[in-house]
Write a protein that binds this ligand. Structure first.
Ligand SMILES: Cc1ncc(COP(=O)(O)O)c(C=O)c1O
Length: 387
C-alpha cells in the first residue's frame, strides 16, 4: 500500500496531490477555527495511496488520520507519520499492546474487550481509546448512557488506558431529509451528557455532516470523500461549499490497433460484431484492475473525443472502437479530462449503479499510482511508471 514501486505498464492512476492539498485547505477554511480535522485514509486512502495522501493532507492542515484496521495504522506509522491515528473499526483485544506501542488510538465499545486488552499492554505503555457510540448506524458502538458511564469509569481507573475521545457515525448526513440525522445527533448529545469528564476529541461528522450541517462539529471531524474532491451524494453536489477538484484520474495507452470488417467480432463470447468496417484499439486494462465487466459500453477519451468500449472487458485488456486510425501509444483516459471532455468518477459510479466511494476503492493495487505534486514544497513529481 502506498509505495511507488517501479512499473513497466502503460496503465496508471494519476493522483493529483495539488488538488488533494487544495481540497484539504478548503475544508479546513470552511470549518470553525480550531476544529481538528482527521482525514479518512482507510482502504489505501479510498484507493488514492495512503502514505502520499496522509502526508499531503497533514501538510495542508489535517490534524490526524483515521483508518479502519490496525494494519493500516501501523503501515502509516512505519512510513514515519507521527500525527494522531485512530482505528475506527474492530481491533482484537490481544493486539491492544501493539497499538499502544505504536501510539495508535483504538475505538472501544465492549467492556469485556477492555478487560481482555489491559493485560496485553506493556506496564509502561498506555493505550489511547475513543469510545464508539452507536446512535443509529447499527454497526458497532455502545447504545446506552449506563454503558458509556461504566466504560468511562473503567478508563479513568486504568493506568493502561487513556480516555482520549468519544465518537459516533451518521447514517444519513448526506440526505436532504435531516430527521434521522437529528435523532442521531440528539442521542449522541445525550450520551455525552452522561460523561463525568471531557476527552480531548469529540467527533461525529463525516464529510456530509461537516460540510452541509453546522451543528455536529463538536471539536473534531472525520473527513474522507470530500478530500478526494468527490461529493458524499448526488443530493449534496449542488450545495458543495467550495470548488472541489477530483484527485484521481485513470489512463492507459493503445497497445494494438486494427481495422475489422463488417461482420467480424470482438472479445469473449464474440459479444460485439462490427456493422461496418471499424477501427478497434486494444488497451491494457481489465477487470483485474478494477475496470470491471459492467463497464462494457462505457465511453473513454481518445484524442479528446468520447469513444465506446466494445465487447466484453477481459481480465487484463479492453477493446475500444475508434472513429479513425490512431497511433500506438495514444493516451486513452478512462477517468479524467482530455481537451474539453471530462469523464467523472460519478459518471463511472452511475454506470456501475454504485457510489463514487466504491469506484476509487475498486482500482486494484496492480494499477500503479502516479503522484503529481507541482505546486507544493519541493515541486516534486513522483512517477511510479517506467515510461
Ligand atoms: C466511521 C467513519 N467516519 C468517517 C468516515 C468518512 O466518511 P466520508 O468519506 O463520507 O467523509 C467513514 C467512512 O466510511 C467512517 O466509516
Amino acid at each position: 500500500m502506498g509505495n511507488t514501486t517501479q512499473s513497466y505498464r502503460d496503465t496508471w492512476a494519476e493522483v493529483n496531490l495539488d488538488y488533494l492539498y487544495d481540497n484539504t485547505v478548503s475544508i479546513c477554511k470552511h470549518l470553525p477555527d480550531n476544529t481538528n480535522v482527521f482525514a479518512a485514509v482507510k482502504a489505501n486512502a479510498y484507493g488514492h495511496g495512503d502514505i502520499q495522501t496522509a502526508s499531503t493532507v497533514l501538510e495542508a492542515g489535517a490534524h490526524g488520520l483515521v483508518v479502519a484496521f490496525l494494519d493500516e495504522a501501523i503501515a502509516l506509522r512505519k512510513s514515519g507519520i507521527i500525527a494522531p491515528i485512530l482505528v475506527l473499526g474492530s481491533t482484537r483485544a490481544r493486539d491492544a499492546g501493539v497499538a499502544a506501542e505504536h501510539h495508535i488510538s483504538l475505538a472501544v465499545y465492549q467492556i469485556e474487550w477492555l478487560k481482555e486488552a489491559i493485560p496485553m499492554i506493556a506496564p509502561n505503555d498506555s493505550l489511547r481509546v475513543h469510545i464508539k457510540c452507536d446512535t443509529g448506524m447499527g454497526r458497532i458502538g455502545l447504545k446506552e448512557s449506563a454503558e458509556v458511564r461504566e466504560m468511562e469509569k473503567i478508563l479513568l481507573a486504568s493506568n493502561q488506558l487513556f480516555f482520549e475521545g468519544i465518537f459516533t457515525h451518521f447514517a444519513t448526513a448526506d440526505q436532504h431529509d435531516s430527521n434521522y440525522y437529528q435523532t442521531q445527533l440528539n442521542t449522541f448529545k445525550s450520551l455525552l451528557s452522561s460523561l463525568k469528564t471531557r476527552p480531548t476529541y469529540i467527533h461525529a461528522a463525516n464529510s456530509a455532516a461537516a460540510l452541509f450541517h453546522n451543528d455536529a462539529i463538536f471539536n473534531t471531524v472525520r473527513i474522507g470523500i470530500a478530500l478526494y474532491g468527490l461529493s458524499p451524494s448526488e443530493e449534496m453536489k449542488p450545495l458543495f461549499p467550495f470548488q472541489r477538484k477530483e484527485v484521481l484520474s485513470l489512463h492507459t495507452k493503445i497497445t494494438h490497433i486494427k481495422q475489422i470488417c463488417t461482420g467480424e467480432s470482438v472479445g469473449y463470447g464474440a459479444g460485439y460484431t462490427a456493422t461496418s468496417d471499424e477501427w478497434i484499439a486494444t488497451v491494457p486494462i481489465g477487470y483485474a484492475d478494477g475496470w470491471i465487466r459492467k463497464l462494457q459500453g462505457q465511453e473513454v477519451l481518445a484524442e479528446g473525443e468520447r469513444v465506446p468500449i466494445v465487447g466484453r472487458i477481459c481480465m487484463d485488456q479492453t477493446m475500444v472502437k475508434l472513429p479513425r486510425h490512431m497511433p500506438l501509444g495514444t493516451e486513452i483516459t478512462l477517468i479524467g479530462a482530455q481537451g474539453t471532455q471530462f469523464i467523472s468518477i460519478d459518471e463511472i459510479a452511475e454506470k456501475l449503479e454504485t457510489i463514487n466511494y466504491e469506484v476509487t476503492c475498486l482500482i486494484t493495487p496492480r494499477v500503479p499510482r502516479v503522484y503529481v505534486r507541482e505546486n507544493g514544497v519541493g515541486k516534486s513529481v513522483s512517477m511510479s511508471r517506467k515510461e
